[in-house]
Design a binder for this molecule. Structure first.
Ligand code: ASP
Length: 438
């Protein structure tokens, strides 16, 4: 029997009604054998996520009469009662509070939303419960340990025909709880898919997949039907949300496809994320690029020196200055006598003057200039590879909208054109590119 791993996000499990939808989705396909739940998310725009309430409770566990404790208790007992389950949720929450009062970590607190939701969902579905603390491992430095996790988790899954494995956390070598970064249940789903050697990883959320552009900027953008791992990485890195950007790595080696689906509209095919696409059979990109994403607030440092191209080691010396300050860079477009380094503002805040001094000292340039307020826009698509005229259309559209292009970077993969524009031109530029290329 093929194995499908189904991960359900917080909005898909926000209350009993949503959880009932999840149950009918799971039961509709007997291959959906391993379920990875998030903690209950927001029921409406002004609501609070259970994970946030647990972070709050961790700060003041003594105040059990306080907001967070009462709200957590109320939400979980309401779900349990509406689903007519017997899970002793009050007892579990009381035990968590004892641990928090005894000094349990913030990660322990944050993970309890997934833990409790997992218990309830296992009870509802009649599936076994596997605690990720026993099967998902982090190294002592906090990095997820894939090599140690996969054999142990694979062995455990073999013992369970059907099971619920809560998302978002695992354990450190000393046995204490460690979480992934926010939204990390997506990563757990991917790890379980890898260990179960799944035929498909379904990621159920509250939208019918990825859109070609941010709907807050472009009205009614088209949906992406199929996207490759590489394209998804590029778009998620540049700000397209929906799936955690690290969810690809665990399924990469075994080339397991991911399908992003909508719990509120399960018949919609959603977006399929696949390892690669054969250009011969893939005609979906004929007329369009795959997607556009972007972020504001980047700084550009422009370093000029006559004869830079002939000076061996110049680039290395510039980058060593960044390393000294622990600053990662995004792009380094360069010319014969100049080199620019593009850095996210948040990475350089507070140390730009010292960094410039260091570049003067180490590289002895003719001039160094720093300017900020730049936005980066990535136009991504496997359909651009070896296709004539896409960038011409893109730049013509920007020119017609009166947008000045401050920087251009196209990787030799030809799959991604990055342009830098003024922060103020960002939305206008995204709309112009969308209208020209989609
Ligand atoms: N509950 C966690 C969060 O809110 C993890 C997740 O939902 O993926 O970030």
């Amino acid at each position: 029997m093929a194995v499908v791993v189904a991960k359900f996000g917080g909005s898909s499990l926000a209350d009993a009604e949503q959880i009932i939808k999840m149950k009918s989705i799971v039961l509709a396909d007997e291959n959906r054998r391993y379920i990875v739940p998030s903690a209950p998310g927001k029921r409406h725009a002004d609501d609070e996520k259970i994970t946030d309430l647990f972070y709050e409770l961790h700060k003041e566990p003594e105040k059990e009469g306080s907001g967070a404790y009462g709200k957590i208790l109320e939400r979980f007992s309401q779900i349990r009662d509406r689903l007519s389950l017997k899970t002793p949720i009050e007892k579990h929450i009381a035990e968590i509070l004892v641990c928090l009062k005894a000094g349990a970590s913030e990660d322990f607190a944050a993970s309890r939303g997934e833990y409790l939701n997992g218990l309830l969902i296992a009870d509802l579905l009649g599936f076994d419960f596997i605690d990720p603390a026993d099967v998902i491992f982090f190294r002592a430095d906090g990095v997820y340990d894939h090599a140690r996790t996969v054999p142990v988790l694979a062995q455990e899954l073999k013992k369970h025909e059907r099971a619920v494995i809560p998302g978002f956390y695992g354990s450190l070598p000393d046995g204490t709880i460690k979480t992934f970064s926010r939204g990390g249940s997506d990563i757990t789903g991917s790890i379980v898919a890898c260990a179960a050697d799944a035929a498909l990883y379904e990621n159920w959320t509250d939208v019918s997949g990825f859109l070609k552009a941010d709907p807050r900027i472009v009205s009614n953008p088209k949906k992406i039907d199929t996207i490759t791992y590489r394209e998804l990485r590029e778009l998620s890195y540049m700000g397209a949300t929906v799936l955690h950007e690290d969810s690809i790595f665990p399924v990469l080696e075994d080339a397991i496809p991911i399908c992003v689906k909508n719990t509120n509209d399960p018949d919609d095919p959603g977006t399929r994320i696949v390892p690669t696409l054969d250009a011969e059979v893939d005609t979906s990109f004929e007329k369009s690029i795959t997607g556009i994403a972007g972020k504001k607030n980047f700084t550009v440092i422009t370093i000029e020196k006559n004869g830079m191209n002939a000076e061996i080691g110049f680039g290395r010396r510039v980058l060593s200055c960044l390393e000294t300050f622990g600053i990662p860079f995004e792009h380094i477009p360069s010319g014969i006598d100049s080199l620019c380094v593009v850095i996210a503002d948040c990475r350089i805040d507070g140390c730009s003057t010292q960094l410039i001094d260091e570049i003067h000292r180490v590289c002895n340039p003719d001039s160094v200039e720093i300017s900020n307020n730049m936005a980066l826009i990535a136009t991504v698509g496997r359909g651009m590879i070896r296709r004539v005229g896409i960038s011409a259309k893109l730049f013509a559209a920007l020119a017609q909208s009166g947008v000045n292009v401050r920087m251009i970077d196209q990787g030799s993969s030809e799959m991604n054109i990055i342009v830098g524009v003024e922060n103020d031109d960002f939305e206008k530029a995204v709309r112009a590119i969308y209208d020209a290329l989609v």
